[in-house]
Design a protein around this ligand. Sequence first.
Ligand code: MN
Length: 361
Amino acid sequence: MNPPRRIGLKEAAAMLAEAGRVLLFLHISPDGDTIGSSLALCHALRRLGKEAWCVGVDPVPRIFRFLPGWDSLFVPWAEVQGEWDLGVFLDCGDRHRVGAAEPLLERCRVTLNIDHHASNSLFGDYNWIDHQAAAVGEMTYRLIQALGVRLDPGMATCLYTSLVTDTGSFRYESTTPETHRIAAELIAAGVRPYQVTEAIFENETLGRLRLLSLCLGTLRLHAGGRIATMQVPLAMLAEAGAEPEDVDGLVNYARSVQGVEVGMLFRELEPGRVRVNLRSRGLVDVSEVARRFGGGGHPRAAGCTLAGTLAEAEAAVVAAAAACFAPDGVAGDPGPEPREAADPNRPAGAGDVEPAGEGAG
Ligand SMILES: [Mn+2]
């Protein structure tokens, strides 16, 4: 096996320009960044006359089904035929992030990994990683420019969705002047900002709001008010009439409480198995906390899966996080440049961070 190769924009664009058949891989629990980037690039490659398809294991969340190509550009992963010149991964911190589609990597002569997670495992044959990019959509914008494809309103809308969701509507610290410059170009290319944000942020189902209501009822403070937890038992989804994807992003409400440094959401996946989402304001590196339980992620957004009951999982993870606070209430170095912090008002799937390099579940 060759050592992983790091490349830049020019080489990445050259690889795409040379390839005839291209598969674009989305990560599991797809968010606005992986969806928007993959769709935009797929449109651009087809404009160049290439055979390009998107592949994702999980369905596109309801709120992104206004994006052009959200269904027509996808090929079901189990039905992918033949050999491909190039497999491209967008917003995938690790090869396991493509889930059950992982064996398809072997059908791609060459793989190109395009990502902005600092924790990226460099799993591609070639890897273009820019952890300064607020969203992979920024990198995809530059790629499409480099390929000489003129943006149409559809492509621009896909890229704008990527930017809006991964930056929490341009509010997170990852947002740069470049993010806004690109957004301006996208609007000039035909994006109608309110059409995008209305579809994503003002499109709640009654089930999700009922779930939020029930979930807020479980909010508890720990560690002198610096940790907040919420729980979603199995029965809660049915009681609310909510979909599994409606749980995405609820953890942000826990962190949004005044004085809370770390927010946690404990969700019962099945009896004896609990999924934990962690959000930090920056004082505690929650990816370290998650790693202790076999998970991972970003310093401000991470996750892990534990065996046991909700109460057992909560006790264990709260204790681990509380230990990160020094006696004077100040934790250590908050870690690298934050990105993709979370939005308390963000609905399901709207850019919820699926931690990079995290283990199964
Ligand atoms: Mn992203």
